[in-house]
Ligand binder design. Structure first.
Ligand code: TYC
Length: 104
């Protein structure tokens, strides 16, 4: 039995475990008080977005009421949402994000 064959067998055995995890959106909500600059700062800091991407998402939230800032497995989505809400809270802004499951 060659090493290549046993390697190929391992790949087949692992296949079911490589199924994609359920994904969750982190959704940012609008409010009338959080400064736009602070929202852009949070988006860049927590979601590693460019200045352009962060400004586009901030304006979408401002104009439409909410927007998705990223899509992640459950634990990471909850961590990022917590980081947004905590950063807002310690800076005395009412900015809130929520986590929504994706149904597909
Ligand atoms: N609506 C806010 C303002 O006019 C800006 C804002 C944008 C607040 C996005 C929250 O998630 C938000 N200052």
């Amino acid at each position: 039995m060659s090493e290549i064959t046993s390697f190929e067998n391992k790949v087949q055995e692992l296949d079911p475990k490589t199924k994609k995890p359920p994904m969750f959106d982190v959704v940012l909500l609008n409010d009338d008080f959080t400064p736009m600059d602070f929202v852009v700062y949070v988006l860049k800091e927590i979601f590693n977005l460019t200045d352009k991407e962060a400004n586009e998402i901030m304006l979408k939230v401002h104009n439409e009421g909410e927007a998705t800032c990223g899509t992640f497995p459950k634990d990471l989505a909850e961590t990022k949402s917590y980081e947004v809400n905590n950063l807002a809270k310690i800076n005395d802004h009412p900015l809130i994000s929520i986590v929504k499951p994706i149904y597909d």
